[in-house]
Structure formats: C-alpha cells, structure tokens
Design a protein around this ligand. Structure first.
Ligand SMILES: Cc1ncc(COP(=O)(O)O)c(C=O)c1O
Length: 388
C-alpha cells in the first residue's frame, strides 16, 4: 500500500490517451447514452453511469478516489461545501424521532443545522461534554448517530477515539467523524471504527483559502445510499473546484507538517508570554489533551490551530487583533495565510452561553489558524500586537 503523499499525488489514477497524468477539468455536463432506451452510458468505477453533471463528473471522481485512499475507505463523495456534505448526510440518515449524541462544542453551523432539523424531525439531541467518556455515557439503545469532531473548535479538546472505539457498540450507532482539524496526515478515524469521515475541504485539503468544498468518505454500503441524496439535493462538487482541491491535496502532507511546526513554536512562545493567561494547544506538554493526542495521532504533529486567552478583557483582545500586521483578521482555517478571530464573535456564537463558560470560550479568547509564513515573522507580529 502506498504512503499518504504518494496517494495524494497519484491516487486519482488518471491516465489518458494523450499520456497526461493530470486529470483535466471536465466542464461538460452531458454524456452520450450508449443505449437510448435504457439510458445506459459510460460506466464509471463507482458503479454508476456517467450521464449528467449533477450525478457524476470525472474530475470530481478523480478527487474522490484520492480522498478515499487518504482516509483508507472504499469510497468518497465530494460536495460543494463542508456543510453540504454534513447536511446531506443528516438528511439521508436521520429519521423523525431519532436520537443523536454530539459534543456541546461543535462547528457552529453544524449545531444550527441540527437545531433546525430537530424542530422539523422531532430529533432528540443530547449535547454532552466533549470527551469520549461523556459520549459513551450518553449513548443509549435509541441513539442512531454520534457526530463528533476529532479536535474541538475553538478550544482544541481532543476526543479519545480509542476509548470510544472500545466502549461504543458500533453495530447499533452510526459514528460520523469530522476530521477537518486533524486530516488523515495524523488521524484516520476509520481505524477507530468511524463509519463515515467528513471534511470541510475548504480548510487543509484545499489549503489556499481559494476554494470551498466538502467530502464524506466511507464504505460503499453507505456512499451508495448517500449518492442518491447528493443527486436529489444537488450538492455535487463542481469540476473547477474539484481540480483546485486535487491540486491542493498533493501538498497536504508537507503543508500540514509546516502548519503544525509553526503552530507548535508559536504555542510554546505564547505559553511563556507574560501577557497570556492560557494557551489551548494539544502539542504543549502542559495541555490536558497532550497524552490523548500523542496516543491517537499518527505523528508528533498537533495541527495548525491554537487558541489563547489574552490577560485582560474583550477590549484587550480586540486591540490585539487590530494591531496585527501579518496575521489577517478572517474566519476559516487551514490555509496558507495565518488568520485570527475572536470565537465569541465568530464561530462559537451558537454554542449555548452557559456551555461556552464551561468550555472556556471567554471574551478574551483568540483563535489563531497558523499559516505557512516564516514563523519568526509570525512571532514578531504577535509580539508587537501583544505590546498593548
Ligand atoms: C470542523 C468544520 N466542519 C465543517 C465546516 C463547514 O465547512 P464549509 O465551510 O466548507 O461548509 C467547518 C467550517 O469552518 C469546520 O470548521
């Protein structure tokens, strides 16, 4: 079996009559029927016909083959955003009255979506502390789905997937894992029994803050059913975006390594800084999540997102953001540019206020997605901005 970077580059398997090894951008939406009566057309490897752009696209398919290889799954389906991937999964799988267990700290749009679906479908949502122990305790025989993120946003709590795997009965509950923050470079959730792995490919997979996309990877028994829902809801990733992400994924491993090394250096610098109250990063030995991360991550890399509390108030955090010169004040993460936000104003607004307090999402908390700039320039920028 090839290693991750080799699969990221060659896993699309494209070779064409011209000898090109780079999948072209197939903009065509229609493909000729071979049999007019049955509607049969060219067969593609998933087992479907290539007929119409809302169902399949060869460029998108090339990307899906790569993602399936990286996540070690049989198949993958690409969507036009991470939220399209997540919402299509929920609409396919959840039935009226279902019970779903989630950590109380989850990407805000996922929470909002679930709250809305709960109203329409009378779902019962159990929101629990983001730990494997609390999740296992909350799952009962009526729970049809557990949806988690590998590392929570913004406080970087790492869920012990090994513990979940040992203690959950995965024959009864569908485990869906959003692997956006960790990527298959350090974590492959199927190793811990995940049935489906989700990504916002807008983040590390695309990697350059210039394309929106999402994906769900899993075995064919699931993706075949999900494919129908993608077709019905119309969320397939478009060919140009697929090409952009295919290009991004080729450098996923080297980028993720540098994101992580830069983040580690900045986290260590901040941990010793007199103006900083607390740093949340599992790469720090002092982090309560360091041992879990070391156990379940495949490499000693801890991702590119750091959160930290500035000593002082909300106004001090705002002053810090305003003074940044290299680091941009933008949402999102996982791209080449370093970006900082205040989670209370961006991203965590939909976590219940009392939960935010328990989780440590305070008004002086800053989330930093560390980019690929020179780390000394980033430290210098942070240092001058902290000099408030
Ligand atoms: C962990 C996580 N999952 C899903 C999403 C949604 O992805 P998208 O913005 O591509 O729809 C995001 C977006 O920030 C995210 O951070």
């Amino acid at each position: 079996m090839a290693k991750l970077s080799t699969d990221a580059i060659h896993g699309h398997g494209h070779r064409d009559a011209l000898g090109s090894h780079i999948p072209p951008i197939y903009l065509g939406v229609i493909y000729e029927y071979i049999d007019y009566e049955s509607g049969d057309a060219i067969f593609i490897d998933r087992g479907n016909y290539l007929r119409y752009g809302r169902e399949e696209n060869p460029t998108t398919r090339a990307l899906e083959r790569v993602v399936a290889k990286l996540e070690n799954t049989e198949d993958a389906l690409a969507f036009n955003s991470g939220m399209a991937a997540i919402s299509t999964t929920f609409l396919w799988r959840l039935r009226p009255g279902d019970r779903i267990v989630i950590p109380m700290e989850l990407y805000s749009s996922t929470i909002v979506l679930l709250n809305n679906l709960a109203e329409k479908l009378s779902l019962k949502i159990a929101k629990v502390w983001p730990s494997a122990e609390a999740i296992v305790e909350a799952v009962d025989s009526k729970t049809s789905m557990v949806f988690i993120e590998t590392m929570t946003n913004p406080t970087n709590k790492v869920i012990d997937l090994e513990y979940l795997y040992k203690h959950l009965d995965l024959s009864k509950t569908l485990l869906v894992v959003d692997n956006t923050f960790t990527t298959p470079v350090i974590l492959k959730p199927v190793k811990y029994g995940a049935h489906l792995v989700v990504h916002s490919m807008t983040k590390y997979f695309g990697g350059h803050n210039d394309v929106v996309g999402g994906v769900v990877a899993g075995s064919k028994s699931y993706t075949t059913a999900l494919w129908d829902w993608r077709r019905m809801l119309g969320g397939i990733l478009q060919p140009f975006e697929s090409y952009m992400i295919l290009r991004g994924v080729k450098t996923l491993e080297v980028r993720f390594e540098k994101h992580s090394r830069n983040a580690q250096a900045i986290a260590e610098y901040l941990a010793d800084h007199p103006r900083i109250e607390e740093v949340m990063y599992p790469g720090l030995k002092s982090s309560p999540y360091h041992e879990i991360a070391k156990k379940i991550f495949e490499k000693p890399l801890f991702g590119g997102v750091i959160s930290f509390k500035i000593k002082g108030t909300y106004q001090d955090a705002i002053k810090f953001l305003k003074r940044l010169k290299v680091i941009r004040r933008c949402p999102s993460l996982g791209g080449t540019e370093s970006m900082a936000v205040l989670p209370v104003k961006a991203g965590s607004m939909f976590i219940e206020p009392e939960d935010r307090v328990k989780l440590g999402i305070t008004e002086n908390l800053v989330r930093l997605s560390v980019g690929l700039e020179d780390v000394e320039d980033l430290k210098e920028d942070i240092s001058q901005a902290l000099n408030i």
